[in-house]
Ligand binder design. Structure first.
Ligand code: A3P
Ligand code: MG
Ligand code: MG
Ligand code: MG
Length: 305
């Protein structure tokens, strides 16, 4: 009997993000990023486009009835043959599917794809910040996620690592760590800051602020104990930025919501923009405290930008 759909989607995504990561490295190595400005502070490079074509074509071929939504919109589906990934990860598929996902059907699932998270950092050569994100939503919640970091240097010299999480099963691909208890470290945007984002951080009196690119890389900071909270008091991120990070973080026991503590919906017809900002932490207590501490004017003014 075939393995449950969600396990096959995760196992194919696992190999697909690695292929996308290799494409991202190849584009950088060739040196012609061919940048298009989609909007204010919103770039798209050849790597974003090519990685998305690789991921969407591969997932779509195997799972034609699953809705897939990618950041770079509708782009032609024909791709070089060597970009098409057909093999599933042999190790992942051996895990037992959590019983709550055993019967998930194609029409209950949405796959949110961010082919390159941290484009601004990629374009500036801050390559460690870059991740490839594939998030799996069931009904309206983020359930499974894969975060691939193409420029992570493994101790054996290999480039890239793949972090995964599935609610009810757990996580893999990294070593979890708690942040220092004598500090309060916030991670936030490096390239999309504004006065309200800064005011929200000031109101929380952190001992340190780590400004890095990408929702994926910031959530990795939480998972690895480098920061206590990810705070972003602005609209700007989209569902493809948060679906995979939310699923991985929550499969590890953390929480990712808007600034009021409400989960976003990831169903196929939602507004793509995360209008109420982002708040994430490994600790529910830390998360609750921040929701209580954020002054209401932040929330009101944030909506006006
Ligand atoms: N004001 C804004 N306008 C457009 N995109 C924004 C934005 N603020 C955040 N984002 C998007 O949200 C993601 C995380 O942002 P940041 O690195 O600033 O924390 C990035 O994804 P991409 O790099 O995939 O486009 C970025 O483009
Ligand atoms: Mg982008
Ligand atoms: Mg992104
Ligand atoms: Mg992106």
């Amino acid at each position: 009997m075939a393995e449950p759909l969600i396990m096959r989607v995760m196992a194919l995504s696992f190999n697909t993000v690695k292929r996308a990561g290799a494409i991202i490295r190849e584009v950088m190595q060739r040196g012609d990023l061919n940048i298009v400005e989609k909007g204010k502070d919103d770039l798209q490079t050849e790597a974003d486009r090519s990685a998305q074509r690789c991921i969407i074509a591969s997932l779509n071929k195997e799972f034609p009835k699953v809705q897939i939504i990618g950041e770079e919109g509708l782009i032609e589906q024909s791709i070089p043959e060597e970009w098409l990934v057909t093999e599933i990860d042999a190790e992942f598929i051996k895990f037992k599917c959590p019983k709550e996902w055993n019967d998930v059907k194609e029409e209950d699932m949405v796959i949110w794809v961010d082919p390159l998270d941290g484009t601004s950092e990629y374009a500036h050569g801050l390559l460690e910040h870059v991740t490839v994100l594939v998030g799996i939503a069931v009904k309206d919640s983020a359930v499974g996620g894969i975060i691939h970091q193409p420029y992570y240097k493994q101790t054996n010299g290999e480039m890239g690592r793949t972090i995964w999480g599935l609610k009810g099963l757990g996580t893999g691909g990294f070593k979890s760590s708690l942040p220092p208890s004598d500090k309060f470290i916030i991670t936030t945007t490096r390239s999309h800051s504004n006065a309200i984002i800064q005011a929200s951080i000031d109101a929380l009196s952190p001992t340190e602020v780590i400004r890095v690119g990408g929702a994926g890389f910031k959530v990795l900071h939480l998972l690895e104990g480098k920061a206590h909270a990810y705070v972003f008091a602005s609209a700007g991120t989209k569902k493809w930025d948060t679906c995979a990070p939310e699923a991985v973080l929550e499969a590890e026991g953390g929480i990712l919501t808007d600034l009021k503590g409400q989960h976003y919906s990831y169903s196929k017809d939602v507004d793509h923009v995360n209008v109420n900002g982002i708040l994430a932490s490994m600790s529910h207590m830390c998360h609750d405290n921040i929701v209580k501490k954020l002054p209401s004017h932040i929330f009101e003014n944030m909506q006006k930008i």
